[in-house]
Design a protein around this ligand. Structure first.
Ligand code: AMP
Length: 171
């Protein structure tokens, strides 16, 4: 894990004063670190029945798509409002910096689906909790939530108390 932590770059006061942004671009550029991160993200869920991975725009697409490929299942993008072309469900939520919304195609999941939610980072947990609510609105089950980074001091995990939460790097 120290090998992965060494690939996370802190950007102070981005995108707003007071925020320390955890930049994952050095990690995803390093082939060994990228492979290790994806394998470790999936480790607790191997052998379970999973039918799809959902990832949030934009950095959740990187890890989520790789996780889906590794598992041999499909990937569902949860996107910022106005980006998805077909009919959508939308949810609004609060961020560590500002507020936001996410959309999913209405036919992205079915009630039989067991979905693994993947993102680069959990901060306040608002994005992940909203994502789980969207997945459940389509009748699917959230099998778990996997993050590369967890900002423990923000307590985001509390918003996901009813789900299995797995994070690789804790700050
Ligand atoms: P939250 O909803 O507060 O858990 O915020 C999580 C989302 O915002 C994730 O999609 C992250 O990519 C992004 N995010 C929030 N805080 C940070 C941070 N300090 N560094 C990098 N990304 C962040």
């Amino acid at each position: 894990m120290e090998r992965l932590k060494a690939k996370i770059r802190d950007i102070v006061d981005f995108p707003k004063p007071g925020i320390v942004f955890k930049d994952i671009t050095p990690l995803v550029k390093d082939p060994a670190a990228l492979k290790l991160a994806v394998h470790q993200l999936l480790n607790p869920f191997i052998g379970e029945r999973l039918t799809a991975v959902a990832g949030m725009e934009a950095r959740g697409f990187i890890f989520g798509a790789l996780a889906a490929y590794e598992l041999g299942i499909g990937f569902v993008p949860l996107r910022k409002p106005g980006k998805l072309p077909y009919d959508v469900h939308e949810i609004a939520y609060d961020l560590e910096y500002g507020s936001a919304g996410l959309e999913v195609h209405i036919d992205a999941f079915a009630p039989k689906d067991r979905v693994l939610l993947v993102d680069d980072l959990i901060a306040t947990g608002g994005t992940a909790a909203a994502s789980c609510a969207l997945i459940e609105r389509l009748g699917a089950e959230v099998a778990g939530c996997a993050f590369v980074i967890e900002l423990d001091f923000l307590g985001g995990r509390d918003k996901l108390a009813q789900y299995r939460v797995h994070s690789l790097l804790h700050y």
